[in-house]
Structure formats: C-alpha cells, structure tokens
Design a protein around this ligand. Structure first.
Ligand SMILES: *[C@@H]1O[C@H](CO)[C@@H](O)[C@H](O)[C@H]1NC(C)=O
Ligand SMILES: *[C@@H]1O[C@H](CO)[C@@H](O)[C@H](O)[C@H]1NC(C)=O
Ligand SMILES: *[C@@H]1O[C@H](CO)[C@@H](O)[C@H](O)[C@H]1NC(C)=O
Ligand SMILES: *[C@@H]1O[C@H](CO)[C@@H](O)[C@H](O)[C@H]1NC(C)=O
Ligand SMILES: *[C@@H]1O[C@H](CO)[C@@H](O)[C@H](O)[C@H]1NC(C)=O
Ligand SMILES: *[C@@H]1O[C@H](CO)[C@@H](O)[C@H](O)[C@H]1NC(C)=O
Ligand SMILES: *[C@@H]1O[C@H](CO)[C@@H](O)[C@H](O)[C@H]1NC(C)=O
Ligand SMILES: *[C@@H]1O[C@H](CO)[C@@H](O)[C@H](O)[C@H]1NC(C)=O
Ligand SMILES: *[C@@H]1O[C@H](CO)[C@@H](O)[C@H](O)[C@H]1NC(C)=O
Ligand SMILES: *[C@@H]1O[C@H](CO)[C@@H](O)[C@H](O)[C@H]1NC(C)=O
Length: 405
C-alpha cells in the first residue's frame, strides 16, 4: 500500500504553507534550494535523511549518508534522539531523529498517536546497506491505525512490515523499488500465538544483495530473490538495493481526507473515541531490543573510506553507490551538500555567541523546504532551541498539519 508517512505530512505542510518549489525526477531543484525532500526543495534538514539525490539539483546536494553500524539499541530515555528538523547529520551524536510524540515506557520505545494527530515517526540515522534488522514489537490496534517497521532509502527503495490495526492476527510484508507501486508485492504473514497487539513477537528483515527474507519469531515467512524481480524490458532488477534507514512509525490511514483505497486498506476510519484514546489519551505501539547487523557492501563496490555512502550516478542502482570517507555533518541548518560548512565562515565573520541552531532559525528566502519550521514556530511562539518547549512546538506543528488535512 503506498501511503503517507508522518514525515511526508510534515513536508506537505511546508508545501502548503509556502509557495515553495516542488521537485521530481524531471523537475530538479534550483541551486539556491538544492535538496528535494518529499517533493519540496530546501536546504538544511531537507538535505539530510529523506533527501532524494535523483530529484535534487545535483547528486551531491544531499549530504553523504552515515554508514551502517552494528548495534543493539535499548531505551531508558530519548537522550540519543533529536527532532528531525534540528538534526545536522552527526549520527554519532544522535542515533535517532523523531517527529510526533515518542516516549519511553518500561524500557521500550513507545510511539503514540494522541487524539486528532498524525502520530509519530522515529528514524535510525545510520543507513543500512544490506543487513539484518530485528525488533520485538507490540503493534497498535484499531481500524485506520497503522504501525510500521520499515527500511526506506533516499531513492524510495522500501522493505516493509506493516501492522494494520483491524487485523491483529497478521502483519503485512511489502517492498518497493524506487517507489514503484505494485499490489502483488504485498503479502500477509500470520502471527501467532496470541496477536500482534497483546504479545511481543520478533520481526526480522534479512536483506542481502541476492535475497530478502521477512521473519516472525525466527521463522522465515517470505523470501524474495533478486532474480525474481528482473524487468525483462529494462534489464533492471526491481529489487530494493540502496542504503536504507530503519523507520518506526504509528500513523492514521483512516482520515476522511485520505484516498478511498488507503482508507479501505487500513480498515476504515480512525475511531478517536476508542478504548485506548479514552483510557490513555493516545493509540500506542511498543518496540524493544532493536538490533542491526551490517552485511558487507556488494562485491565490486568502490570503497574509499569508512564514513558514508554516496550516489555516483542517476540510475539509483546499487552498482553506482560508493563507500566514502566524506563527512555527513552540516555546519548549520542553512548549509547543503554543495558546501557543508558554508555557514562556518558566515557565522564566524558576522555573529558571535550564536548557536548553530539559532543562526539558522530565521526565515530565509532560500529555505523553502524548511519553512514549515518557521510557520509552526510562530504557531508555538516558543524558542526553537529550547528543548523544554519542543513538546509544545510539536503539538502545534501536528495541530497545524491536522487542520490542513
Ligand atoms: C567528497 O569529498 C571530496 C573531497 O573533499 C569532494 O571533492 C567531493 O565533492 C565530496 N563528494 C560528495 C558527494 O560530497
Ligand atoms: C559528532 O559527534 C561526536 C559525539 O558527540 C563528536 O565527537 C564529533 O566530533 C562530532 N562530529 C562532527 C563532525 O561534528
Ligand atoms: C509498564 O509496566 C507496568 C507495570 O508492570 C504495567 O502496568 C504497564 O501496563 C506497562 N506499560 C505498558 C505500555 O506495557
Ligand atoms: C507486478 O509484479 C509482478 C511480479 O513481479 C509482475 O508480473 C507484474 O507485471 C507487475 N505489475 C505491474 C503493474 O507492474
Ligand atoms: C487477518 O489475517 C489473517 C492471516 O493472514 C487472515 O486469515 C484473515 O482473513 C484476516 N482477517 C481479516 C478480517 O482480514
Ligand atoms: C540469479 O541469476 C543469475 C543469472 O541467471 C545466476 O547466475 C544466479 O545463480 C542466480 N542466483 C540465484 C540466487 O538464484
Ligand atoms: C519495466 O521497465 C519498463 C521500462 O522502464 C517500464 O515501462 C515498466 O513499467 C517496467 N515494468 C514493471 C512491471 O514495472
Ligand atoms: C477526540 O477529539 C474529538 C474532537 O475534538 C472529540 O470530539 C472527542 O471527544 C475526543 N475524544 C476523546 C476520547 O476525548
Ligand atoms: C558487523 O558485524 C559483522 C559480524 O557480525 C561483521 O562481519 C561486519 O564487518 C561488521 N560491520 C561493521 C560495519 O562493523
Ligand atoms: C563554502 O562556503 C564558504 C563561505 O561562503 C567559502 O568560503 C568556501 O570557499 C566554500 N567552500 C567550497 C568548497 O566551495
């Protein structure tokens, strides 16, 4: 099911709130706002994470992607995370970027979706270029409520586990190549004993250059071989093959403004007076014991360093990815992949005592994709760099998004 994620909703707000420049493969971004982020051109945050190199001004407009890291993640707090629109690309400093209303409960990451909101999204900042990713998950429940555990690349290769809250006895497995939709890619996997909401089950994506497996509690439920995805016309394997980030999400498919197909897929409209909303004030999903095991890059890959992945051609295929020593970190939120430290010189000569975040918080003619931040900041009328106010900032942002839906 092609769907909208929380990140997409946030970016849509940027498009709605400003007469911003949109982008696609045939309509790349201008040099002044070179980064294509969910269809909108911008700088700073737009150049990190979901920045699509194939739709941006040039392949190096998006920042290099932090390389895969073997790691087990546990949650006692969210100190390792940062709001998606404040992250500068240092994945050693912040493991996760967030939007919405995540929290920690009993040592688990809890994504929540309070009444009338679009839920939560937590993304791992290091990319995975083939590897094995696992988590114990308790999904949310209810028609129109979707829990996600997916790998997503910047050119929209995607590998999914999706829990649709009206059927707690199964999980959907799905994949995309460069965002191309094909209904036959979606396959249900039965989950037992118990159900996906009440019981912890372990969900694993095992992804190699040759084949892709979805496992539940260690049992292979589905296998996709790369060979089976050959498009004989183009000679291209329509197989997920580019560096991808782990995204965990809780979002509403059942909004009156969604397409009819999306509403039906998710099992109808969200009930905002459900048991969980009445009792807790939110829908919720739980994740724990998240492990990432990195596999080696495909044979024949050019390796020039150990820091980042870089796209070297506009095919978006795995044989055009380079492992580099290039930095992944922007100096501030006005910088782009074209000159990742341009702000350093500017800041040094024109201001003192101004933090990286603050120096980028003003509305800027070129920061079209990022002006969602400015808009919602006004709505929240709070200091952008004050961590204490981030909850209300996000609440305001989400409220604004919701009122626009
Ligand atoms: C990587 O770094 C080299 C050397 O600084 C630079 O010439 C090149 O443009 C960088 N590549 C990207 C994609 O940022
Ligand atoms: C990234 O963060 C780490 C840990 O906070 C720090 O040691 C490192 O210098 C930072 N790297 C850059 C390029 O800012
Ligand atoms: C956390 O643990 C407490 C005590 O065992 C329990 O009552 C509560 O339901 C747990 N929370 C979740 C979200 O499972
Ligand atoms: C969907 O995928 C199947 C199996 O690979 C293929 O036979 C079919 O042509 C595809 N359909 C579309 C509309 O792309
Ligand atoms: C729920 O999923 C199970 C397992 O795939 C399937 O057998 C059942 O028909 C589904 N129920 C509904 C209501 O779709
Ligand atoms: C995939 O196809 C290639 C070329 O036909 C073949 O050499 C290879 O053994 C196949 N791989 C698998 C895993 O089936
Ligand atoms: C195969 O590639 C051709 C040419 O790029 C494209 O038109 C067609 O839609 C592709 N087939 C499938 C099933 O996606
Ligand atoms: C959720 O919000 C709607 C609209 O404000 C309201 O009608 C409904 O009563 C709320 N649900 C709960 C459980 O408070
Ligand atoms: C991750 O661990 C595996 C062994 O489990 C090892 O082969 C691989 O080189 C490691 N990768 C990285 C990036 O550390
Ligand atoms: C980056 O921008 C700064 C400030 O404008 C400039 O001094 C520097 O030469 C630029 N670096 C590159 C590699 O273009």
């Amino acid at each position: 099911m092609r769907h909208v994620s929380s990140a997409f909703l946030v970016a849509s707000l940027a498009a709605i709130a400003t007469a911003s420049t949109t982008c696609s493969v045939d309509n790349k971004c201008p040099e002044s706002a070179p980064c294509c982020y969910n269809g909108v051109c911008g700088v700073g945050s737009s150049c990190l994470g979901s920045c699509d190199p194939l739709m941006s001004y040039s392949l190096d407009s998006c920042t290099p992607e932090p390389i895969c890291k073997n790691q087990t993640y546990s949650f006692s707090n969210l100190d390792d995370s940062i709001l998606w629109d404040q992250y500068l690309g240092n994945s050693s400093q912040y493991e996760w970027t967030t939007s919405g209303f995540p929290k920690v409960e009993n040592g688990s990451l809890m994504l929540t979706m309070p009444n009338q909101t679009t839920g939560s999204l937590v993304t791992l900042n290091n990319y995975i270029w083939y590897g094995k990713v696992s988590a114990k998950i308790k999904s949310s429940r209810g028609g129109g409520v979707v829990t996600g555990f997916i790998l997503m690349s910047d050119v929209k290769d995607e590998i999914d586990f999706e829990f649709v809250g009206y059927n707690l006895s199964s999980v959907q497995t799905d994949f995309y190549f460069q965002g191309v939709e094909n209904w036959t890619n979606e396959v249900n996997a039965a989950v037992s004993p118990g159900d996906t909401f009440s019981e912890w089950h372990t969900y694993t994506i095992d992804w190699t250059p040759e084949k892709l497996e979805w496992l539940v509690d260690g049992v292979v439920m589905r296998t996709l071989t790369k060979n089976s995805t050959l498009n004989a016309t183009s000679g291209v394997y329509m197989y997920p093959q580019t560096p991808s980030r782990l995204q965990m999400s809780l979002w509403p498919s059942g909004l009156t403004t969604a397409g009819q197909g999306t509403i039906e897929w998710g099992g109808g409209l969200v009930d905002w007076n459900s048991e969980d909303i009445v009792k807790y004030g939110y829908y919720y999903a739980l994740y724990k014991e998240i492990t990432v095991e990195c596999y080696n890059p495909p044979e024949g890959t050019t390796v020039k360093g150990d820091k980042s992945y870089i796209y070297t051609s506009d095919t978006g295929l795995s044989d055009q990815i380079l492992v580099s020593g290039n930095s992944t970190v922007l100096y501030n939120l006005k910088d782009t992949g074209l000159n990742m430290t341009a702000g350093k010189q500017t800041t040094a000569s024109s201001s003192s005592g101004t933090s990286n975040y603050e120096s980028s918080s003003g509305a800027d003619a070129t920061s079209t994709g990022f002006s969602a931040g400015s808009t919602s900041k006004n709505a929240a009328s709070s200091s952008f760099s004050d961590r204490v106010t981030q909850g209300s900032f996000l609440a305001a942002l989400t409220a604004v998004i919701f009122s626009l839906l």
